[in-house]
Write a protein that binds this ligand. Structure first.
Ligand code: PLP
Length: 404
């Protein structure tokens, strides 16, 4: 087993060697611009792009013509929200999203609010799930878009996208889904899920960074988008700019591999996750699972270790790459807005750690992590006066703290 161990696969993933291999010729022999119409360099590049487009379309059950290449899911989310709002301005000025979306949806929504758009941010329940009936109730005759993610990037919960899609169709409102964390991990079908726009990115599924896509429905309804980028009119005029050919080749290969291995890989990751969870929870008390216990993607485990700061844990676990539920924003340590939206206290949010298992993690690594986490949590708790009091049977809620 090699150190350090990478267990932060929701942040990004290692590029699969089969993906790298397929990309390399597109930096060297086939370096052409896919928009060059007059020579074989351009034709070769264009052919490779179209193979990539087909593979992306296949994994979400779309038509290749409905795939628009972008620089990543951040751009795809920006294009979906801003593009729809601008294009459908005459129809309305209201969009619906929810509080645990990725920053690229929430911050885009905030910017739209500044330009006079009304945004409804739906709450989630204790498990992190949106109630589809809340979506229905929020729709008005001015609503132009609903944006709800498929899989949450912190707690891994799977939103009831199919139900929301049905409601959107019934009401004639466009439905955008940020499926970045779900593609290649859970089944996605834009037809049965009633999705009109869908964002995803290569680097979360063992492909390269800097290549993303937006699915834009062409039929029933035909979705129109105002472009964010003016230029050569690439990608049906929705996204100008020379295509990242090697990136697209890699993205396509990553999708092809994901489709092949998804079932087997999901079962393996679920086994590893449950081994990891039980291993830690059986030896440590006061450990809490964040997010729905079963409606979550296989590789995600988000736990709060009471009386211990997540950040301190990570500092004690330097040879393991993990994420804590606190975002280091300059001077202050903000507890995760996702965990807070679930009604989890600031303290427990600060105590959270996200384990992101992926294709290249092994059982040996999982067992090593279990041992090191137990050791570190026990050591930190021994130094915690609060934990001492709890062990002595004092209920912290009954304590009146002195003022200093
Ligand atoms: C990573 C991520 C994004 C951003 O993707 P980039 O390609 O890095 O811009 C958007 N949404 C979710 C849910 C993500 O996990």
């Amino acid at each position: 087993m090699n150190l350090p161990i990478y267990m932060d696969n929701h942040s990004t993933t290692q590029v699969d060697p089969r993906v790298v291999e397929e990309m390399i010729p597109y930096f060297t022999a086939h370096f052409g611009n896919a928009a060059s119409r007059n020579h074989s360099f351009g034709w070769d590049a264009d052919k490779a792009v179209e193979v990539g487009r087909e593979r992306l379309a296949k994994i979400i059950h779309a038509d290749p013509k409905e795939i628009i290449f972008t620089s990543g899911a951040t751009e795809s989310n920006n294009l979906a929200l801003k593009g729809v709002v601008e294009m459908y301005a005459e129809k309305g000025n209201h969009i619906i999203t929810q509080v645990t979306e990725h920053r690229s949806v929430l911050d885009t929504s905030k910017r739209l609010e500044k330009s006079g758009i009304n945004v409804t941010y739906l709450p989630v329940d204790r498990d992190g799930l949106v109630d589809p009936e809340d979506v229905r109730d929020a729709i008005t005759d001015r609503t132009v878009l609903i944006s709800v993610m498929l899989v949450n990037n912190e707690i891994g919960v799977i939103q009831p996208v199919e139900e929301i899609g049905k409601i959107a169709k019934e009401k004639g409102v466009l439905f955008h889904c940020d499926a970045t964390q779900g593609i290649g991990k859970v089944k996605v079908d834009v037809q049965s899920m009633g999705i009109d726009l869908l964002s995803f990115t290569a680097h979360k599924l063992y492909g390269p960074k800097g290549t993303g896509a937006l699915y834009v429905r062409r039929k029933s309804p035909r979705v129109r988008l105002a472009p964010m980028m003016d230029g050569g009119g690439h990608e049906r005029g929705m996204r100008s700019g020379t295509l990242n050919v090697p990136g697209i080749v890699g993205f396509g290969k990553a999708c092809e591999i994901a489709m092949e291995v998804m079932e087997e890989e999901s079962a393996r990751l679920l086994y590893l996750r449950e081994r990891l969870r039980k291993g830690m929870m059986d030896s440590l008390e006061s450990v809490y699972l964040n997010g729905h216990p079963t409606r979550r993607m296989p590789g995600n485990l988000n736990l709060s270790f009471a009386y211990v700061e997540g950040e301190s844990m990570l500092m004690g676990l330097k040879e393991i790459a993990l994420s804590s539920g606190s975002a280091c924003t300059s001077a202050t340590l903000e507890p995760s807005y996702v965990l807070q939206a679930l009604g989890i206290s600031g303290e427990l949010a600060h105590s959270s750690v996200r384990f992101g298992l992926g294709r290249f993690n092994t059982e040996e690594e999982v067992d090593y992590v279990i041992g090191r986490v137990i050791e570190t949590v026990n050591r930190l708790r021994e130094m915690s006066p609060l934990y001492e009091m709890v062990k002595e049977g004092i209920n912290l809620k009954d304590v009146t703290w002195g003022k200093h």
